[in-house]
Design a protein around this ligand. Structure first.
Ligand code: IMP
Ligand code: MG
Length: 180
């Protein structure tokens, strides 16, 4: 339990994916992406804050030259889930014109964040844009988008750890879990 002040008392953790399981999956994904993007001009665009850990692990499994950019998005609505109203708080800094972009995020839920980010990045004229997420909750989709690379497809449960937060905590928990 890494929530500093026991945010959710009287609840126990149910681990969905252990640290070892995640490591193995991320290695597979990274190795595959390294093959796919070999010889291409790759820019990984990591969406903050949620994907900082996944991006760090994934890119270290990709044995090819690549650039990393960061973007911060925010969605208004309830604290836990995103609304359709996604705002870009911080843009990437580098030039992606003519380059191949791989957007990396922790989870795709309604899809609103990724659709907004793709629309935004398209205006910068990259040669391609693909999306890689660790987790996919397809049952919650509000907008038509399917990520190109997915770690795990999960049902509609609220999960935390491995970059995913509850309140401002649990992002540093090295495994993915839910409360019950
Ligand atoms: P979307 O725009 O609805 O696809 O939501 C994307 C963002 O919502 C993710 O990057 C997360 O920050 C957040 N989110 C969605 N589901 C969960 C969850 O189960 N746990 C923690 N954060 C979540
Ligand atoms: Mg996020």
């Amino acid at each position: 339990m890494r929530g500093e002040n026991n945010l959710i008392e009287n609840k126990t953790e149910r681990v969905l994916y252990s640290r070892e399981t995640i490591q193995k999956k991320v290695k597979e994904m990274g190795n595959k992406l390294g093959e796919i993007y070999k010889g291409k001009n790759l820019v990984v665009v990591s969406l903050l804050k949620g994907s900082f850990i996944f991006t760090a692990d994934l890119t270290r499994e990709m044995d090819i030259p690549l650039e990393v950019e960061f973007m911060t998005t925010e969605s208004y609505g309830s604290g836990e889930y995103s609304s359709g109203n996604v705002k870009i708080l911080q843009d990437i800094r580098g030039d992606i014109e003519g380059k191949n972009v791989l957007i990396v995020d922790d989870i795709i839920d309604t899809g609103n964040t990724l659709v907004k980010v793709i629309e935004h990045l398209k205006k910068k004229n990259p040669s391609s844009i693909e999306v890689c997420v660790m987790l996919d909750k397809p049952s919650r989709r509000q907008i038509d988008i399917s990520p190109d690379y997915v770690g795990y497809v999960i049902p509609d449960v609220f999960i935390v750890g491995y970059g995913l937060n509850y309140g401002d905590y649990y992002r540093n928990t090295p495994y993915i879990f839910t409360f019950e």
